[in-house]
Design a protein around this ligand. Structure first.
Ligand code: PD2
Ligand code: ZN
Length: 289
């Protein structure tokens, strides 16, 4: 599958050039970028594009002995830029967790883009549905009390621009991204903890898997600030992410062994005051059909 090489800022290019000049391996550069918050898919693509050829790695995958003095992951990470230049927007890395790979991006969307998505959605939202484990059909459920709608791929220029930006940032082709899901939570509305990946042991999960494979990652884009409550919570990690307009939370549902990762259990806490709007993109292994 051909994937577009993400945009490369001058700052990032200079850092890569200096690390390559010191003899760092591709693996150590990827690890350093991941450590400083870049998604692994993005880091691998950037490093692959920038390195030709790089010093070989040892058989065990460890950096070769001729790595330069700045070749350890920690030292490299200290030098890696903390922002991604996506050509039409510069995005900050606000926090990063190694496993499960979780990154909070600051400013992926502008306030204007968030307001436009909300305005385009407000008149067409309906009670949200979940996937029935038995049948794979979308059905209403008390565990999900939000309202929602979605936009088809490239349905309007704004959606097309955001999908292309996500492709540049994360390396998932637009075709791998499920259509953009919009959710509105009023006061008291919540999304009980769940997994975004599909369960192969359930008929409904298997039916979903036929449509482009597993959901490998999730990007939750916050379209509004919320006065109280409404955090995205990860009970197994003790992590709570407060919604902030324009920010986006990314996490990978598969671990390093490509196995589904139960630590990604997550939910949307009840909104206490105000209104919460999000746009979600779920990423598939292959093109979503
Ligand atoms: O709204 C959220 O914070 C939330 C929580 C859990 C969204 C999703 N899951 C999702 O869109 O998958
Ligand atoms: Zn979810």
């Amino acid at each position: 599958m051909s994937v577009q090489t993400p945009a490369l800022s001058n700052e990032l290019k200079a850092w890569l050039d200096s690390q390559i000049a010191r003899g760092c391996t591709a693996a150590s550069l990827v690890d350093a970028m991941v450590q400083s918050g870049h998604p692994r898919a993005y880091a691998e693509r950037i490093v692959r594009a920038a390195t030709s050829p790089l010093p070989a790695e040892d058989d065990d995958g460890a950096p070769a002995a001729n790595d330069g003095p700045l070749s350890t992951v920690a030292e490299g990470a200290a030098q890696a830029p903390n922002a991604l230049d996506l050509t039409d927007r510069e995005v900050e890395v606000l926090f990063a967790l190694a496993a499960p790979r979780t990154v909070l991006f600051g400013g992926l969307l502008s306030s204007d883009e968030c307001e436009q998505l909300v305005a385009l959605s407000r008149s067409k939202i309906k009670p949200s549905l979940v996937v029935d484990p038995g049948t794979g059909d979308f059905v209403p459920d008390a565990a999900r009390t939000s309202e929602g709608t979605y936009f088809n791929h490239g349905e309007n220029p704004l959606v097309a621009a955001i999908e292309a930006r996500i492709e540049r940032m994360l390396g998932f082709e637009v075709a791998q991204q499920e259509p953009m899901q919009i959710l509105r939570y009023g006061v008291g509305a919540e999304y009980s903890p769940h997994y975004d990946y599909f369960n192969v042991n359930e008929a409904g999960g298997r039916r979903q898997l036929e449509r482009g494979g597993q959901r490998v990652a999730t990007l939750i884009m916050y379209l509004s600030d919320v006065e109280a409550g409404g955090a995205t919570v990860f009970p197994s990690l003790g992590l709570e992410v407060k919604p902030q307009r324009g920010n986006a939370l990314y996490f990978e549902s598969l671990d390093d062994q490509e196995q589904v990762d139960p630590r990604t259990l997550h939910g949307g806490a009840p909104v206490g005051k105000g209104e919460k709007w999000i746009a979600t993109k779920w990423m598939r292994e292959r093109a979503y059909v």
